[in-house]
Structures are given as C-alpha cells and as structure tokens.
Design a protein. Structure first.
Length: 356
C-alpha cells in the first residue's frame, strides 16, 4: 500500500495499543513504525541488477519476524529514553517498556499484513524464504481504506489522545478497515464469477483467466485472459454485474513471443517472471538498433496506453536476438487527468465511459 496508508495504519495501531499510557507519542511512534519497512527501497537496487528492486522490496523488512525482533529492540530503547526524561521531571515510569514494545511491534507487524492484501506480493517468511504472499483484496492506493484511519486519528487528537473516546475511535477505524479489506476479497471472487459468465469470454474458451485489482477502488477489477493468439483485458464492476464487459484485445506478436521465450529462460527473465506471477505481455518497441523487447507486468494497466502493463522489464534486441544479462526495468508513463479519474469512478459504478 502507499506510504500514507501505512503511516495512518501504524499510527492507529500504536494508539489503539498504548494510547491511554503514552498519549500522542503512541500514535507518533506507530506512524514512524508504519513507514520504516518501506525504507528498503533505499538499498534494494544498490550494486545489483535492475530486477533486484522488485525482489528485495517487500523483503526482510516486511517479514513476519521483523516486527517482533526489531520492534522489541526499538521499544526497549524508546522506553529507556522516555523513562529518563520522565524521571528527570519526577514523573512515574512504570509500564513504559511494555507500552513502547507494543507500539513498535504492532506497527512493524501490521505493515506487511496490509501489503499482503495487495497483488504486488510480500515476502512474509524472509530471510528464510523468498516466497511472495499476495491477496487480491485492496488496490495499492485506496483512499476509502485510508480515510477512516485519518479521521479516527484526527478525532483522537481532538478528544485528547489519552481519553476513552480517542481509543474507541482508533479501535473502530481498525475494525472498519479490516472488514473493508475482507469485502475486497469478496469483490475479487465476485468479479471472477461475473467474468466467467460473460458470453464473449465463454466463446473464446481462454486457457487462463486472472482477476486483479485496479487503482483507487476495490469494486472495479481487471480481468486478463490468455488465448492461443491473443490476450484480452476487460474491466468488471461488481456494483453492476449485469453490464456487458468491454473486452480489449492484445494480439500476440509471434516474434516477440519467441524472443520472450529466450529472455525468460535467462536468470533475469526467470526472476522477473516469478515476480510477475506469470502475468506478462511481450511486445516490441523501437526500430533497428533501438529495438527492445518489453515484457509488461500484465497485472497493472489501463486502456489509456498502458493496457499491456504500466511497467516491466525490457531487453535490447541485436541481430534478431535479445542481449542476455542486459535487462532493465522500464516504466510506461501516462499522465492521468480529471477525465481519466472521472471515467474510473463512472466505470466503478457501472456507467458507460469512453475509456472502460
């Protein structure tokens, strides 16, 4: 999830666990704890090939072991500093260690759990395993998830961080957002059922059907199908199950598909395919010496020029073959304006749009 959501979740968890004892410091510590795991983006690509970013991000700092181990150490250190300040003012110091450990462990532990609710995947068992766990519950950016947490924190600050009402506010927000994530899982199953019942999809008899999240809303889902000569992408609103799906065709380029077989057989290719869970779209861009094979991550993309993937990995093509070991990450930039946002909202509720 985006950093704002993680900071808000960490702050809410910290306050819910220790707000009565630590006041606003519990929310502040939790907010910092909610941010720390994502600092792995700083070192994830240093001194390594360009695919390492995807492999290392959401790695050991997102492990289920990171929170209890590092959080306990940070909680102990925070309690010592806090106790020293309180003792200098003649204030009691009982219970600080348990409270600070609860704040840090809670924030660091819930961060990877929230990331696991997205299709990007999280290495919960790192460093013992690089297996990525992912649930198609929430988009990586979802204001509806984040807003209740921010409102609860604002209310807690207004009521007084140590008050009973403040604690109830953050508890209620955490319960509400957890239920919301559960509804997201239901939405994915519902979208798959809607897609499989679509006559156009049934007529194509695809080899594979995958349903993933889009952005900003869990109610509009991306459906990707794979056939012999084509991939199709459609968007399903679970709020309008009766609406026919508009399918977009992504024709398979035989030359790109052949080159992709060679690329995916390399070390970089195998690692990338595993990261993308096999949902890829090979295509060629450029001409002559500037030709590149791009293999898009087909889990993400919109019918605005990024349908085959908003990002992915590309290989230079020389003499009709890929250059092994030369893979680099690429982004397919596409500015989104108010018209795109309006189309996304309309499509979410099942209305006709020029884009979806």
């Amino acid at each position: 999830m985006d950093p704002v959501s993680q900071i808000a979740l960490g702050a809410a968890v910290g306050h819910a666990l220790a707000g009565r004892r630590l006041g606003g410091l519990a929310a502040a510590g939790g907010a910092l704890g909610g941010l720390i795991p994502d600092l792995d983006v700083i070192w994830s690509g240093w001194g390594r090939d360009s695919i390492a970013y995807w492999e290392l991000h959401r790695g050991v700092t997102h492990s289920l072991f990171f929170g209890p181990v590092v959080g306990t150490a940070l909680g102990w250190a925070s309690a010592k500093l806090h106790a020293r300040r309180r003792a200098a003012k003649g204030k009691p110091t009982e219970g600080l260690t348990a409270s600070w450990i609860a704040v840090w462990v809670g924030a660091l532990f819930t961060h990877p759990l929230l990331d696991t609710a997205t299709i990007y995947g999280t290495q919960l068992l790192a460093p013992f395993s690089d297996l990525r766990f992912a649930l198609p519950a929430l988009p990586i950016i979802d204001p509806v998830y984040t807003l209740p947490l921010l409102i609860a924190l604002a209310l807690a600050g207004w009521l007084g961080w140590r008050s009973r009402g403040a604690k109830r506010a953050t508890h209620a927000a955490l319960v509400l957002t957890t239920l919301y994530a559960g509804l997201g899982l239901w939405a994915n199953d519902r979208a798959e059922a809607i897609a499989l019942a679509d006559p156009a999809l049934a007529a194509r008899a695809p080899d594979e059907v995958r349903v993933t999240t889009t952005f900003l809303t869990p109610w509009l889902r991306r459906v990707t199908t794979v056939e012999d000569e084509t991939r199709h992408v459609g968007f399903v609103s679970v709020l309008a199950p009766e609406r026919p799906i508009r399918w977009f065709a992504l024709a398979k380029d035989p030359h790109a598909e052949d080159l992709a077989e060679d690329a995916l057989a390399t070390d970089q290719g195998r690692r990338y395919r595993r990261f993308a869970t096999g949902m890829i779209h090979p295509h060629l861009v450029g001409e002559g010496e500037a030709t590149r094979l791009r293999i898009g991550d087909a889990r993400y993309g919109f019918p605005n020029g990024t349908l085959g993937g908003m990002w992915g990995v590309e290989w230079p093509v020389r003499g009709g073959a890929i250059v092994p070991g030369a893979a680099e990450r690429y982004m397919q930039p596409r500015e989104a304006g108010w018209d795109d946002l309006r189309a996304l909202v309309r499509a979410t509720f099942g209305y006709e749009t020029g884009m979806f």
